[in-house]
Design a protein around this ligand. Sequence first.
Ligand code: SDX
Length: 379
Amino acid sequence: MSQMVLHPGLADVPVAESAVSFIDGKRARLEYRGIAVETLARESCFEETTWLLLKGDLPTQGQLADFDDQLRHHRRIKYKLNDLIKCLPEQGHPMYALQAAVAAMGMFYPARDVSNAQSNWDSAVRLVAKLPTVVAAFQRLRYGDEAITPRDDLDHAANFYYMLFEKEPTPAVRKVIDACLVLHAEHTMNASTFSGRVTGSTLANPYTVISSAIGTLTGPLHGGANEEVLDMLEEIGSVANVRNWVEDAVAKKKKIMGFGHRVYKVKDPRATVLQELAEHVFAETGRPAIYDVAVEMERVMAGILGPKGIYPNVDFYSGIVYQALKIPRDLFTPIFAMARVAGWLAHWLEQLQNNRIFRPEQIYVGKTDASYVPLEKRP
Ligand code: SDX
């Protein structure tokens, strides 16, 4: 008889030592390399935060300028990759397009020797730089429009907005997009990061590592929840309907999207910052009715599921921000991936420093010593 104990969802089971980020789930505290995420969202930018995650410390002015140059230089994608994206079904989800394009990138930029630090760094720069171009290209190409060439004179956030809408964002909108990228850049040992580390532990190439992680992020229990939150808020429809809807959902034991977290037992600090950002965006776009539904939902949920430690997570307010910016709903999770690629890569590089292939155990509950009955003798 096996003495092993199963931990469903690997809850409370450490799978690595990591110095990338830290969460205190009771104090609503998230730090990247020791720095509070709220500070980074307000005072840093996605480029600097990415360097911090990848390298472990804040860059000097020269390092940041050089890194920013490298990112701008690597934004373009090969015309064959553009052709590949053009051939993908336009009704398919952009996350699948992103996963396919990133996997294909590994054929354009072979990087199989993961013991080569320079090659690993080059791959990391390419991946961070090119993901927004792929997301924007799929968005344009699926409607029969030409993809928009990235602009080297714009920063990461502004260039992404430009590639989607063919116009520059206002400074306030640029700051909101940039802060959203910072807030989504890293989050300890979540499902997609673990998936990337597992793939990385086989010494697979970095494009395969990131495409595994992208695939894991698609699920509605993980990154995919941000789209479903808006569907849910629209279904609820009005502030007056919130209480009945929530009580009915709880009675039916439905999972309420955008709420709950394995680690946070209080409101996710990222949700707090995203809510502030939403209010900044509304100063430009007007306050949508759906926001009032969300705020009421948070209030009602605090009374009903708050005692169980179920509060808004990062996905609850992000969709409201993106919708106010007129970003299509199925791009919300790809934008999460464009940000999280920084964290995935930091974990991949960390995994390689002290690698051992992941090979956990199972508790076998199937038959043993079963006999093979020839086909003609089976009932
Ligand atoms: C992300 O891990 C990360 O860090 C992820 C992430 C990141 O940045 O990488 O933060 C991003 O994935 C955010 C989460 C997005 N997903 C959702 O919003 C989907 C809805 N939330 C849940 O399904 C759930 O809360 C999870 C998936 C987020 C966490 O799942 P757990 O830790 O496995 O918890 P569980 O499902 O076992 O729930 C524990 C209890 C259960 O009740 P009991 O059976 O004990 O009575 O809490 C209840 C659950 O039913 N519960 C909920 C709920 N979340 C938990 N009940 C209703 N609605 C919810 N949302």
